[in-house]
Design a protein around this ligand. Sequence first.
Ligand code: AMP
Ligand code: GLY
Length: 422
Amino acid sequence: MDVLIIGSGGREYSIGLALTRDENVEKIYFAPGNGATDALGENVALSDFSALADFVVSRGINLTIVGPEGPLVEGVVDVFEARGLNIFGPTAGAAQLEGSKIFMKNFLARHGVPTAKYVETDSLEVAYSFINSLEVPIVVKADGLCGGKGVIIAQSHDEAKKAAGEMLSGNAFGKAGTSIVIEEFLDGYELSVFAVCDGKDYVVLPAAQDHKRLLNNDEGPNTGGMGAYAPTPLVNDAIYAKLDERVIKPTLKGMQEEGNPFKGVLFIGVMVVKGEPIILEYNVRFGDPECEELMPLLKSPASELFYKAATGDLKNASITFHDKYAVGVVMASKGYPYKNSPPAEIIVDEIYHEDLKHNAHIAYAGVTRGEDGKLYATGGRVLVCVGVGESIKEAQKRAYMLVGQVHFVGKQCRTDIAYQAL
Ligand code: AMP
Ligand code: GLY
């Protein structure tokens, strides 16, 4: 089959890479892709949903996979489905689980899924009075999509009130912040759990742990993610069982009952508090960089997972994973996450080490191919070095050996990815 992947990051590169290893897949297109995806397939400069659907029809593409949340929340799946095209991802209605924190929190409350105690409001008065009733720290969240920046963990009541005020006035995040959620702080450890869903049935992928802070020891500012590993030993069968019964099943059933059957990736942000999984948030797509570690762990063909989920046929799929570990280290540009950096040529040393050649690879993200044919770092998160191994330690060692082979001016990365597991 031929496949179109919508998106341009390391996540989409890694899905493409998994599909190139799949003998059921002939040709891969990326819209728009990045400077390195053109080595896996063909980049297509289209973003309008109808134009993309026309392209899929004209090329006879069998499946479209949507990487990022933006086009999902804006309804790309609705446009494709209205034209009878196979597409992996939720409709705009179902994507509200990520697109609106208020929708998500109220949905969880309606269906009894465990989550932090909260209020949602557009009134400063209500916000202040709930803030006064909580102990610090206090969490204040903008309702809409803010590129991962819409959550403030306030260390005092005054700071929480100030954050609420700035959001509600529209000064902080524009319209995305004029409704807010205020919630209690949960103290535990975080997991990213991914369930690939077809509306009714689902497959749970190995749980991952992301490293959101810029610097070692989880210090510095929040980022999109500086590295991740999977599976994490911080999750056990008891937690998986609770997630199945208390979270994933009621969510799929509730979404179906409410007329928004959920198809695509349900990305469950979990805080484990005293052994109990409590839901922080849902996203409706793979995490980035978590996807870059999960794709190499997939043993069964990637097309089977995505196609059967897109066509409502997961119950007839047999999805298997390697009994291995993957660690991904993000290499970012100098100014990340504060400002753009000038383009820098990327040089990857030739790899002679057999072990590394077979067990490590790069997932390219913020890169552009120059007219000279060379690859340049042009984004914040430039690439992810992924190592796979029989243990987390081995996977980590390989990922960092690969990091040592990659050069560009201003490169920065954490040197402690997966430390929580070691
Ligand atoms: P969210 O976008 O809702 O996942 O929030 C971003 C990050 O803020 C999460 O990954 C957590 O690290 C943190 N966070 C969000 N809500 C809470 C909460 N109620 N308690 C503690 N930390 C939180
Ligand atoms: N790595 C977290 C995210 O993609 O939201």
